[in-house]
Ligand binder design. Structure first.
Ligand code: KIV
Length: 275
C-alpha cells in the first residue's frame, strides 16, 4: 500500500518530520522507495539535472510522463507526485484538469504538484474535486524565474511575506494536501507552518517546516553545474563515477578487461568444426 495524503497530514499533527526526495528514473526511484521515503517527486527539475536544459521552462508533458512512468515502475510504498510543467495549467481550468489527469491515468502518479498560490487556487480546487491530490509550491517558483528576476530568496519585505501567507492559506482552503516552500527565510516559513493546517515541505526554508525536500542529484553530488545553498552533499557520486569510468577506460586500453570472469566459453569441438 502506498503512502496516502491522510498519512502525510497525520504526520503534521503528530509532529513527525516528512521526508521527500525527487527521482526521475526506475533504478534511483527503487532505491529511494526501499529506503522508506514516503513522498517521491518527479520534479520538473528533471529539465536541468537530467535533460541539461538551462531552466525548468522547456520541460514538456511528454517528458514528465515518460519519467513519471519509470519512477512509478520502480516504487511500491511511496506516493509518486508528478510536477505539472510550465504552461500546462496556466491557460484554463480545463487544461489544468486534463493535464493533471494525464499524470494519474497515463503516468500512474498518485498526486500532482503545481506552482503558485492565490492565482492557481481555483484550479487546485477543481483538480481536487476530480479526486486528484494536489501539492502546492510557493516562495521561489522556478517556472516564473523571468518574472522573479532570478533565483532569489522570496518573502523578505512585509508585503511579500504577507502575500506568501495569503498564498499558503488559499492553497490550504482550495484543498491542497501539502505545500512546498522554496527559498523562504526560516522565520517566515516557520510562521506559515504554524498558521496553516496542512504540512509544509521546505527546500531552503529552514528547520521549522513540517518536512524537507531535496533534489536527489544535489544530495548525491551527481549534478556538477552548481551546488545550491540549500543542498547538503551526502555523497560525491560524480567523483565516484569519474574514478570508475577512468579505471574502466584504462583497463580496456591496457587489454586487462574483460577477464575470464566476464567472458563466456563454448564447446571446443564446435569451434574445431568451424576451423
Ligand atoms: O522540480 C522540483 O524538483 C521541485 C522541487 C525543488 C520541490 O519543484
Amino acid at each position: 500500500m502506498r503512502t496516502t495524503i491522510n498519512q502525510i497530514k497525520d504526520m503534521k499533527q503528530k509532529g513527525e518530520k516528512i521526508v521527500m526526495l525527487t527521482a526521475y528514473d526506475y533504478s534511483t526511484a527503487k532505491v529511494v522507495d526501499e529506503a522508506g521515503v514516503p513522498l517521491i517527486l518527479v520534479g520538473d527539475s528533471l529539465g536541468m539535472v537530467v535533460l541539461g536544459y538551462e531552466s525548468t521552462i522547456p520541460v514538456t508533458m511528454e517528458e514528465m510522463l515518460h519519467h513519471t512512468r519509470a519512477v512509478v515502475r520502480g516504487t511500491k510504498q511511496a506516493m509518486v507526485i508528478g510536477d505539472m510543467p510550465f504552461m500546462t495549467y496556466h491557460v484554463s481550468v480545463d487544461d489544468a484538469l486534463r493535464n493533471a489527469a494525464r499524470f494519474i491515468q497515463e503516468g500512474g502518479a498518485q498526486a500532482i504538484k503545481l506552482e503558485g498560490g492565490v492565482t492557481v487556487a481555483e484550479k487546485v480546487r477543481r483538480i481536487v474535486e476530480c479526486g486528484i491530490p494536489v501539492m502546492g509550491h510557493i516562495g521561489l517558483t522556478p517556472q516564473s524565474i523571468h518574472q522573479l528576476g532570478g533565483y532569489k530568496i522570496q518573502g523578505k519585505t512585509s508585503d511579500a511575506a504577507a502575500n506568501m501567507l495569503k498564498d499558503a492559506r488559499a492553497l490550504a482552503e482550495a484543498g491542497a494536501f501539502a505545500i512546498v516552500l522554496e527559498t523562504v527565510p526560516t522565520p517566515l516559513a516557520t510562521l506559515i507552518t504554524q498558521k496553516i493546517n496542512i504540512p509544509t515541505i521546505g527546500i531552503g526554508a529552514g528547520i521549522g517546516c513540517d518536512g524537507q525536500v531535496q533534489i536527489i542529484n544535489d544530495i548525491l553530488g551527481s549534478f556538477t553545474d552548481f551546488v545550491p545553498k540549500h543542498a547538503k552533499q551526502y555523497a560525491r557520486l560524480a567523483d565516484i563515477i569519474r574514478n570508475a569510468v577512468t579505471e574502466y577506460y584504462n583497463e580496456v586500453k591496457a587489454g586487462s578487461f574483460p577477464t575470464d570472469k566476464q567472458s563466456f566459453s563454448m564447446d571446443e569441438s564446435v569451434l574445431a568444426e568451424l576451423k
